[in-house]
Design a binder for this molecule. Structure first.
Ligand code: ACO
Length: 366
């Protein structure tokens, strides 16, 4: 059937149930059953708001120093969105760039997955806003709430949907606007200096071949550590949800046990990568590019050292953007594609760790 490869199997069958009988469908279905279809990333995009906030700018509004921030985190500057701009706005720009780089039009997208810890609204999530802002038909839009691991969790969902034959073209976007709710007092300065705003996106498509694609994703969580890194309030457990004393106590701000986060991030990311390599019968020497979640330069260095991956294979942009949580990996991925660090055939490892705790890894043959 002409054009059959350009629409999802769901749509294909819905439009004409007789397609069940067509030879092309049978051939494709067999490939899905045999697990021969792969999910590949065909486009990447990112968008950083234009306003640059340096460590020296932060010195003017809070009790910190450029020296302290650089030494402990490697961050030099980050981007802040202007008032009125939400995660969905950044996500939409990144999504447009990813769709264009895949050589597609927004209307080609069949499903949206959006990851953020800073949605525009308490509800709904940003997936539906991205769908509306891209002017798409009423396709499904799924929101992921896995913080720094959100992009890899989303990639895993996209991979499963593609390999199951449910969708052929998925937009996965991650975006954060964190600057509007950071505590710039001494109580929150450990966190306030870390975070920045930004968005990254990829298009994941079905691929009828074995030479490239997402080889594996591994997802982990340990909810015993929820309060080590969280934004406790607002909570519907409180009646009423919003209270003066919570504001005075700074409980609507994100909080972190920095040392526990540091220790666990340095352990769990390498562990997730080792599991992924073992499952794929790969060695560390096979890795061309390692993209860890950009949490903190010292964490990135510890992860690389623990895995024995040389610095030239490790992507780091935290000096320019700070920690953009769910968006950090797709922003780094997009930059690495555009500056030629990622080439056709490269073996890429993604790994993330964050609030929950959640952590994850993915192996991709580009
Ligand atoms: N500027 C100046 N001083 C600061 C700042 C700041 N922004 N923040 C904290 N301090 C002070 C502390 O108050 C403390 O002062 P004190 O000795 O008078 O009490 C001093 O610096 C040292 O504080 P420590 O907590 O001991 O500093 P540490 O060496 O542990 O570094 C840090 C703190 C950078 C937060 C570290 O614990 C860390 O990197 N943790 C990992 C956190 C992280 O990367 N999170 C990312 C988000 S989660 C994720 O993406 C995985």
């Amino acid at each position: 059937m002409p054009g059959a490869k350009n629409i999802s199997l769901q749509t294909y069958l819905f439009v004409n149930p007789k397609n069940f009988e067509s030879n092309i469908f049978k051939e494709e279905k067999i490939k899905y059953i045999l697990g021969e279809m792969k999910a590949i990333i065909t486009g990447t995009g990112s968008y950083l708001p234009p306003r640059v906030v340096t460590n020296f700018d932060l010195e003017k509004i809070m009790n910190t120093s450029d020296e302290w921030i650089r030494q402990r985190t490697g961050i030099v500057e980050r981007r802040y969105a202007d008032p009125g701009i939400g995660s969905s706005d950044l996500a939409t720009e990144a999504a447009k760039r990813a769709i264009e780089s895949a050589g597609l039009k927004p209307a080609d997208i069949e499903f949206i997955i959006a990851a953020t810890l800073s949605p525009d609204h308490y509800f709904p999530g940003i997936g539906v806003l991205v769908q509306a802002k891209l002017g798409l038909a009423p396709i499904g839009a799924l929101d992921i709430r896995n913080q720094c691991s959100g992009f890899i969790y989303g990639l895993s969902v996209a991979d499963q949907y593609i390999r199951a034959g449910t969708f052929r073209r998925i937009l996965l976007v991650a975006a954060e606007v964190q600057s509007s709710n950071l505590d710039y007092s001494d109580a929150g300065r450990d966190m306030a200096v870390l975070f920045g705003d930004g968005a990254g996106a990829v298009v994941v498509e079905a691929y009828d071949g074995q030479d490239r694609g997402i080889l594996s994703t591994h997802l982990f969580a340990d909810g015993r550590y929820v309060s080590d890194l969280w934004m406790e309030k607002p909570s519907p457990r409180d009646k009423p949800v919003f209270r003066e004393n919570f504001i005075r106590e700074g409980r609507y701000f994100p909080r972190m046990e920095g040392r526990s986060v540091f220790k666990n991030a340095c352990e769990k990311m390498p562990e997730a990568v080792r599991i992924a390599l073992a499952q794929n019968n790969l060695r560390v020497e096979d890795v061309d590019v390692l993209i860890p979640h950009q949490a903190n330069e010292r964490i990135t260095q510890m992860v690389a050292k623990s895995l024995n991956v040389p610095a030239e294979k490790v992507i780091s942009n935290i000096d320019r953007y700070g920690n953009t949580t769910a968006a950090s990996i797709p922003i780094a991925l997009d930059e690495a594609c555009r500056n030629g660090k990622i080439k056709s055939g490269s073996l890429i490892i993604l790994t993330a760790f964050g609030s929950g705790y959640t952590w994850a890894s993915a192996v991709i043959r580009w």
